[in-house]
Ligand binder design. Structure first.
Ligand SMILES: Cc1cc2nc3c(=O)[nH]c(=O)nc-3n(C[C@H](O)[C@H](O)[C@H](O)COP(=O)(O)OP(=O)(O)OC[C@H]3O[C@@H](n4cnc5c(N)ncnc54)[C@H](O)[C@@H]3O)c2cc1C
Length: 404
């Protein structure tokens, strides 16, 4: 177990700088263009793959960092460059997290590298949980997985919605119901390998923010996958279902296990946006003059900046704590993973709005990046569990009461 420390080691500092340099020189300058185009920024992903940032090896290195801090650090720096492009680069990591949380080590080794491919042949992954009638309420997923024993295949049918990289990914990790009567405890995760028949992209969504990140429906029509694509394996699933039917408590819920692991990283992305907006607003407030003085000389502006910085640093402390706890198998007894995502997400929305206010009219126009950062920030109170759902998780954890 690693002891918690706010002092980054040499390796972590070097990687932080490496990701920051990429974010500053490649990601930030491209942010406006890809936001306007609302397309996947393939040239930037290729660039990231070329330098090794978009790769299974790099993400694995982050996952295995003993302190757990490397993943949020990389997420923060990339999102500091631009959140839409950061998500285009990091979206595959959620698919990988789905495999890591529910799969066997052999499945992780087989499918993990395929979430990213190689610089010569880039691949993508998607994690498909949400459905038109089941977003927060993951227990009511309608997508069904039925086992065809004669062929040792699973047959998947249903529609997923709001899926990052949905339909353009090579590999889709799909959470489906195996036994609908058991709700979330009757669900399992499946790999849908590249080129599988029956999986198609539905509509692509036009969004308020993170517009360089592809979000679409995924339609599953009689999708057949080999038995080996059930994450965790059939024996484990059968044992879990039998235990749940007998009324024993099961700790394993396919979608929740993934989100618990990824929340601090998502919080770190929100933190990156907030930091970008704060730095921009701080510089601006020192330069911009009104009534014969720099606007920062007004307490009304200076105090805003003080609050922005305070909330950003508090967000990072929550994110780092949760990341360290997750990596060191410390249970989130007070919903610490949710706290990190809740606070960082709401901070990003608030900080980016303050940044617009500090910049006045210049903050509101597309010539400057701050309005984009505000649009981008809003998703962090919605996906991977809305702010309300994070509060629900924390409230239940601290009270022991099943707040409905
Ligand atoms: C850009 C984008 C990318 C996404 N990427 C993915 C992805 O890759 N994979 C994936 O599976 N999903 C993804 N999602 C889906 C996302 O996780 C869901 O949108 C989110 O979980 C909320 O679900 P919902 O939209 O159905 O809202 P609902 O669940 O319908 O919620 C609506 C409102 O009601 C509130 N609410 C609901 N239940 C309660 C309650 N019990 N108590 C208090 N308030 C409640 C919610 O907080 C929210 O404010 C993405 C969404 C977007 C917009």
């Amino acid at each position: 177990m690693s002891t918690f420390s706010l002092d980054l080691n040499e390796d972590q500092i070097q990687i932080q700088k490496w990701v920051h340099d990429f974010a500053e020189s490649v990601v930030r300058p491209a942010g406006h263009e890809w936001d306007e185009r609302e397309e996947t920024p393939w040239p930037i992903i290729e660039e990231a793959a070329k330098v090794g940032l978009y790769s299974f090896d790099f993400i694995t290195q982050c996952f295995f960092d003993e302190s757990g801090l490397l993943l949020p650090i990389a997420n923060e720096e990339l999102a500091w460059g631009d959140a839409g492009i950061a998500l285009a680069i990091l979206g595959s990591t959620l698919g990988l997290a789905g495999i890591a949380a529910n799969g066997t080590p052999e499945q992780l080794l087989e499918w993990g590298p395929q979430c990213f491919g190689t610089p010569e042949k880039i691949q993508m992954a998607a994690f498909c949980v949400s459905e038109p009638d089941a977003g927060s309420d993951v227990s009511s997923l309608k997508t069904r997985a039925v086992y065809d024993q004669a062929k040792d295949e699973w047959v998947l049918n249903g529609t997923k919605t709001w899926i990052t990289n949905g339909g353009i990914a090579d590999l889709h990790v799909v959470v489906a119901s195996v036994d609908p009567e058991l709700g979330a405890r009757g669900q399992a995760s499946f790999i849908v390998p590249p080129g599988t028949k029956g999986l198609s992209m539905g509509q692509k969504f036009k969004k308020m923010g993170i517009r360089a990140s592809h979000t679409a429906e995924v339609v599953l029509d009689e999708v057949r996958v080999p038995g080996s694509c059930l994450l965790g394996g059939k024996e484990k699933l059968d044992a879990k279902l039998a235990a749940v039917r007998e009324g024993k408590k099961s700790s394993s819920q396919a979608a929740m296990a993934t989100f618990e692991a990824s929340r601090p990283s998502v919080g770190a992305q929100a933190l990156g946006i907030a930091r970008a907006a704060y730095e921009y607003a701080l510089d601006y407030a020192k330069e911009r003059r009104a009534f014969g003085r720099a606007i920062i000389e007004n307490q009304g502006i200076a105090f805003k900046l003080a609050d922005m910085k305070t909330r950003i640093d508090a967000s990072r402390l929550l994110v780092w704590r949760a990341a360290w706890m997750g990596r060191n198998s410390k249970p989130f007894e007070a919903g610490e993973g949710s706290m990190s995502k809740l606070f960082a997400g709401e901070t990003a929305v608030w900080v980016t709005e303050q940044a617009i206010q500090i910049m006045g009219g210049y903050g509101y126009v597309r010539e400057y990046p701050v309005e984009r950062w505000h649009r981008d920030s809003k998703i962090y109170t919605i996906f991977e569990g809305t702010s309300e759902i994070q509060r629900l998780i924390i409230a239940r954890a601290v009270s022991g009461v099943h707040v409905p």
